[in-house]
Design a protein around this ligand. Structure first.
Ligand code: HEM
Ligand code: HEM
Length: 177
């Protein structure tokens, strides 16, 4: 259990937060763009390799971050003064961890079902005709917009704190003194 309650997140947690944001946005952009390419197009392999590496790195980062969150002291939940919104905020933070985790796991499951490691990194064989022939593709495609909407809600809530409640919430997720 944390010994004391700091006023802000530790530099480790701040680094992991912004690394999560960069990796998730990058995986989204590459994922959306490459999914428009047909599987027989050889130029799909390079973005697929980048997407898979981003996604696997994301899995490692989100697990390390979740463990660090539980094992190191962190600030108390920010309050809006409204019990419902405060509960929603707490729920949304757990849901963000969970959906990022499930996004990466479903991507890896799809990769296993479609034999992607050998094709993309081993240069052996070619991509299956359609990723939607594999159950994990639907799951990956279903979680993606849910995570996207949750991130929009999260960013909106962060700006609501910063600009309307004026509680300097951003400083808690920064490196300043
Ligand atoms: C531009 C985008 C983003 C902004 C401006 C932002 C802002 C913030 C801020 C200010 C906090 C601190 C909240 C507090 O002090 O209680 C926070 C926490 C958090 N953010 Fe973000 N965030 C962004 C993107 C993301 C993304 C992409 C994710 C994950 C997909 C994410 C996940 C989280 C989580 C899980 C927490 C809670 C931290 C904890 O208590 O463990 N954020 N964010
Ligand atoms: C948090 C991490 C990840 C995010 C945010 C993410 C995001 C996305 C997005 C937005 C799409 C397009 C979905 C659609 O248009 O329906 C996609 C497709 C895909 N992703 Fe991921 N992904 C992640 C992790 C992974 C991992 C770890 C792998 C494999 C190791 C992977 C493999 C794939 C594959 C094979 C597709 C299908 C492309 C297609 O249909 O042409 N993803 N991903």
């Amino acid at each position: 259990m944390p010994q004391s309650t700091p006023a802000r997140y530790s530099p480790l947690m701040v680094t992991l937060h912004w690394l999560t944001a960069i990796l998730v946005f990058a995986a989204f952009i590459v994922g959306k763009n490459m999914s428009r390419l047909p599987n027989h197009d050889a130029s799909k392999l390079a973005p697929l390799a980048i997407h898979m590496m981003l996604g696997i790195t994301m899995l490692v980062v989100i697990v390390v971050r979740f463990v660090a969150r539980r094992k190191t002291p962190h600030p108390a939940y920010a309050s809006t003064g409204n019990a419902f919104l405060d509960g929603l905020g707490k729920f949304a933070h757990y849901a963000l961890y969970l959906l990022v985790f499930l996004m990466a796991i479903s991507g890896m499951a799809l990769s296993m079902q479609a034999g992607l490691p050998q094709i993309v990194f081993g240069g052996a064989g070619s991509l299956p005709a359609d990723f939607f022939d594999f159950a994990a593709r639907a799951m990956h495609g279903f979680i993606a917009p849910a995570l996207f909407l949750l991130i929009l809600l999260h960013v909106g809530a962060a700006f609501y704190h910063q600009l309307f409640i004026k509680d300097k919430l951003f400083a808690r997720m920064g490196y300043g003194k």
